[in-house]
Design a protein. Structure first.
Length: 409
């Protein structure tokens, strides 16, 4: 069994390239079902966020599998040049990456919490579409466990950092204070709600757009107002800041929509979506400043964070050891069962003559033989699993192979 993944993220590709390969929840489910139909693939999971896209698969060792080619087929992309933006990982390298990722150590904002939820959501979506298997199931569950341990024992950030938190902080350092600003948030999904709450906490007057057909069903953060999505352009001239964070495949703000409005004050646009929500051409308009997902990255790591990263590494290594012990045990247990059965049969052959000549009823003899079989099986199990717990993994597997050879004939 091999664990493979291919990924693209904020470090390797700009937002426009990431957008080409992004999946919505609906088409991620459909894509996983198609991917699992391929011969040799036992399970697959797609992790698609604003900052990254990853495809995970468990498959036969001898299976020649190009996840990049699979991805291009799923997204109907023929251009091979995009492959340079991707990285492929297998087995231990892949597992280590996922565990660090779950702890927030590979996020655009170090230590952010959302990725842990996104990993759990990806696993749940794979379950809903019956595309996961026992290997990926255990791997992703243990990654979540590693992430929780890192956040508890080696916290990398205070509060609940996200791109909008980073944006507000960065703008404040530049002298732009959100207090008293009129802000509109387009989108009332998870990221939209976080954005609205963050702006509200920063002292802004926040209005959230909701779709017409959902306006009576959805909740918005306390202290925020709401308008229908279709009214956004009428409200926009009043705004100092507009944040767009939807899962729409189309622009929520297009250049042509600004032809019928007049801006009387500077307008700050924050596009927190992948694919983009705001047409990039708007960034060239007079009085308009446009930021996207990649605008607020920071490379500086504090000494405190470095200490946490070191501690997180210890947690990751411990969790990896536990996962691979499970994985190796999963593969070797059927072999141990065969060795036990062969050993019990060997013992039966050796004591059969003795039992046959022992004076006792046939039923007692049968019961005694059954008891001996059970006891022998327990002894063999104790010996082999004792070796597993006391020897290095490679040495233990050599012992198992040697025991198998005893009964090959």
């Amino acid at each position: 069994m091999t664990i493979s993944m291919i990924g693209i993220d904020h470090d390797r590709a700009p937002v426009d390239v990431r957008a080409l390969f992004a999946f919505t929840k609906k088409n991620a489910g459909e894509a996983m079902e198609k991917l699992k139909e391929k011969a040799g693939i036992h399970g697959c999971i797609i992790l698609s966020t604003c900052n990254r896209l990853e495809i995970w698969a468990s498959h036969e060792d001898e299976q020649e599998l190009s996840l990049y080619q699979c991805l291009c087929e799923l997204r109907n992309i023929q251009d091979p040049s995009y492959e340079e933006y991707f990285i492929s990982r297998e087995d231990k390298e892949a597992v280590e990456h996922l565990f660090y990722l779950a702890g927030g150590l590979k996020s655009q904002i170090l230590g952010e919490d959302q990725i842990l939820t996104q990993i759990k959501d990806a696993l749940n979506l794979a379950r809903e579409h019956f595309t996961t298997d026992s290997v990926l199931e255990v791997l992703f569950r243990m990654a979540v466990t590693a992430g929780k341990k890192i956040k508890t024992e080696a916290p990398l950030a205070h509060g609940n950092p996200s791109v909008i938190h980073q944006a507000v902080s960065s703008l404040r350092k530049q002298g732009y204070d959100m207090h008293g600003k009129i802000c509109m948030v387009i989108g009332n999904g998870e990221m939209g709600k976080v954005a609205a709450q963050t702006l509200r906490d920063a002292g802004a007057n926040v209005t959230v757009t909701v779709r017409q057909y959902r306006s009576g069903m959805v909740s918005i953060p306390i202290g925020c107002s709401r308008i229908h999505y279709g009214e956004r352009m009428n409200f926009l001239p009043k705004c100092d800041v507009v944040v767009s964070a939807t899962a729409s495949p189309n622009y929520t703000l297009r250049r042509e929509l600004f032809d019928d409005i007049t801006l009387t004050k500077p307008l700050l646009l924050l596009d927190l979506a992948v694919p983009r929500d705001i047409e990039p051409a708007l960034g060239g308009e007079e009085g308009v400043t446009l930021y996207d997902m990649d605008s607020f990255r920071t490379e500086r790591i504090s000494p405190e964070s470095m200490e946490s990263i070191t501690k997180a590494g210890e947690i990751v290594r411990a969790q990896m050891d536990e996962f691979f012990q499970w994985l190796d045990g999963r593969d070797v247990i059927p072999r141990i069962q065969e060795i036990r059965e062969d050993a019990v049969q060997d013992l039966n052959l050796r004591i059969h003559k003795i039992l046959k000549n022992t004076p006792m009823d046939d039923s007692d003899r049968a019961n005694l033989l059954k008891a001996v079989d059970t006891a022998a099986g327990k002894v063999v199990n104790k010996l082999i699993f004792g070796l597993r717990d006391s020897l290095e993994q490679d040495t233990f597997l050599e012992c198992v192979a040697g025991l198998e050879k005893l009964y090959e004939e």
